[in-house]
Design a protein around this ligand. Structure first.
Ligand code: ATP
Ligand code: MG
Length: 556
């Protein structure tokens, strides 16, 4: 356990509860509505809830909050389970579906009516809004607010049997039409929906509202601490009212924390769904999406996502987190774990004038200087190599330590070479860089202690693989997507260059890596072979993140 100073406010609440003997076992839950794929905001909630269960040796329930019949799909349920597992968490026996509680919820609604705490209201939606009043004015009572228990029971029975059309009647809690909290002004708790439900089929034509269902789900499962985001703070009085009025055996405590917001992206499931439906991305798992499946396909590790969630912390203040923090987390993790390879993304030929024609030798390259256990591999070397175009300048700028006529550089894992010039086409474009090598520097060191300031990567042209490389960038061009300029559509803020697909030349060992393998292209960045579009011998590489934060530099 962390020290007192580092314990966030939710840990402190739980510590106090346990010390006071309020609970013996901590039970939390993660309750997604299966109407979309999980995103990195959900990851924060998952890490928090499952993390607390682990810390206190309690349990965390995974609950599909599937009370809304029209929006939910099995595909989402499957993806949610996969994503929670991928993040490294286990709900054990505690998998629940809110729709399995429909009978109990309905019985509790009848109980509320019997207690004189709920009534059937026949006002239209518009009238309900009108009668609701506003901050300055109290609301107006519905004409049926004081109907008898018998009449309400009969009316709810008719609602339940499907005798009314959608929108003709609702069940409302009877609380206080003058409450300063609008959520306490007789909120609707059941409505008519003549829709098929993926779990309960056509059994029901009345469905509970979220605010009514959620506290009950928590109470039925014996949740001790029901953690949600800050928007629900104003719903808490109703949460408590309901559990108190029904006198449920368990009285979960609702605790609110600040949701995660991230720069250059959006996290509304509705908007993410639109991006998918309008084919602005290739799917929920498009590597540019802030979804967990998108991050996974992009090459993120579960450890990096967990680390990021830990870094942003748990507070009560809404804020916008810099996506650079997420990128930093994955860079840091991959630096320790991923093997290095050489790949050239913007190739130009480098010809070694004094290297024997037709000779190919194998040079030994260390796989990960950060991890000696990762071993080494052999890289073919020959007279004609490919290097990055940017690693040659005919007329060098200041402090240019790479190839320029007369300058000596190291070829990574290879030899020292000295640039002798270049060949250009009719348009003046460099088509070939020329050099000579020093055979005594094999492996990349000079026996006479001669130093070079630059080391560049390369591949041997004849043996290099030709692969697709997808360079991903931020999905949106605007930093804070909460603030959309008046009258403009959030879609217009999509970054037009968020995906650039190019061909790259890679050392042959990279052709054989399995889909989903994470590697570093030396001096370029971290890449992961795409799990959907890679084929045997033809990997497609997704750029996870650049080696350095190029955005930070651009800003400086
Ligand atoms: P919508 O975007 O449709 O409003 P939602 O993001 O609230 O939905 P849910 O499926 O209801 O989606 O979320 C499941 C849980 O994840 C909730 O407990 C919610 O508090 C939490 N959660 C959702 N978004 C975030 C976020 N950005 N940061 C932290 N927790 C979040
Ligand atoms: Mg929600």
């Amino acid at each position: 356990m962390s020290t007192e100073a580092h314990r966030h406010f939710i840990q402190q609440i739980i510590d106090t509860d346990l010390a006071a003997g309020k609970h013996v076992k901590v039970i939390t839950r993660f309750p997604p509505e299966p109407n979309g794929y999980l995103h990195v905001g959900h990851a924060k909630s998952i890490c928090l809830n499952f993390g607390l269960a682990l810390e206190y040796q309690g349990s965390c329930h995974l609950r599909m909050d599937d009370t809304n019949p029209t929006k939910e799909e099995v595909e989402y349920v499957d993806s949610i389970q996969e994503d929670v597992r991928w993040l490294g968490f286990d709900w054990g026996q505690h998998y629940y579906q809110a729709s399995n509680y429909f009978d109990r919820m309905h019985a509790d609604a009848i109980q509320l009516i019997k207690l004189g705490k709920a009534y059937v209201c026949f006002l239209s939606q518009e009238q309900i809004r009108e009668y609701h009043g506003d901050e300055k004015h109290g609301g107006k009572a519905s004409p049926t607010r004081d109907a008898s228990v018998e009449d309400n029971l009969a009316a709810f029975e008719r609602m339940t049997r499907g005798e009314y059309n959608e929108g003709k009647a609702v069940l409302r809690a009877k609380i206080d039409m003058a409450s300063p909290n609008m959520h306490m002004r007789d909120p609707v708790i059941y409505r008519i929906r003549k829709a098929h439900h993926h779990n309960t089929g056509d059994k029901w034509c009345v469905y509970p509202m979220y605010d009514y269902a959620h506290p009950l789900e928590d109470a039925y499962e014996g949740i001790t601490h029901s953690i949600c985001t800050l928007e629900f703070e104003v719903h808490r009085p109703f949460y408590d009212w309901l559990l108190r009025t029904l006198d449920t055996p368990a009285k979960p405590q609702q605790i609110e924390f600040a949701r995660l917001n991230l720069t250059y992206t959006i996290m509304s499931k509705r908007n993410l769904l639109e991006l998918v439906q309008e084919k602005r991305v290739s799917g929920w798992d498009d590597p540019r999406m802030p979804t967990i499946s998108g991050l996974r396909r992009r090459g993120y590790t579960p450890a990096a996502v967990r680390k990021f969630c830990e870094t942003v912390g748990i507070t009560k203040h809404n804020s916008l987190s810099d996506v650079a923090l997420l990128e930093h987390a994955v860079r840091d993790d991959l630096n320790k774990t991923s093997s290095r390879f050489m790949a050239v993304l913007d190739p130009v030929r480098l010809v070694i004038e004094n290297y024997p024609e037709g000779q190919v030798e194998l040079l030994e390259a260390q796989n990960n200087p950060e991890d000696p256990a990762a071993g080494s591999r052999q890289v073919p070397f020959s007279k004609t190599l490919l290097i990055e175009r940017a690693d040659f300048m005919e007329i060098p700028e200041k402090k240019y330590f790479r190839l320029t006529p007369g300058q000596e550089v190291r070829l990574r894992w290879g030899y020292f070479v000295t640039c002798t010039g270049c060949v250009k086409d009719a348009a003046g474009k460099v088509v070939e860089v020329r050099c000579t090598y020093d055979p005594a520097t094999r492996g990349g060191d000079s026996p006479d202690g001669r130093k070079v300031k630059g080391t560049i990567h390369w591949v041997s042209e004849a043996q290099a693989g030709d692969v697709e490389v997808r360079l991903y960038d931020r999905l949106f061009a605007q930093e804070d997507m909460k603030h959309i300029p008046e009258g403009s559509d959030w879609r217009t803020l999509l970054n037009p260059t968020s995906l650039q697909a190019i061909r790259g030349k890679v050392e042959p060992a990279l052709l054989a890596v399995a889909p989903g393998t994470r590697v570093q292209f030396e001096r370029i960045g971290y890449f992961c072979t795409d799990t959907k579009d890679s084929q045997s011998g033809q990997p497609v590489f997704n750029r996870t993140v650049t080696l350095k934060d190029s955005w930070a530099k651009a800003k400086a």
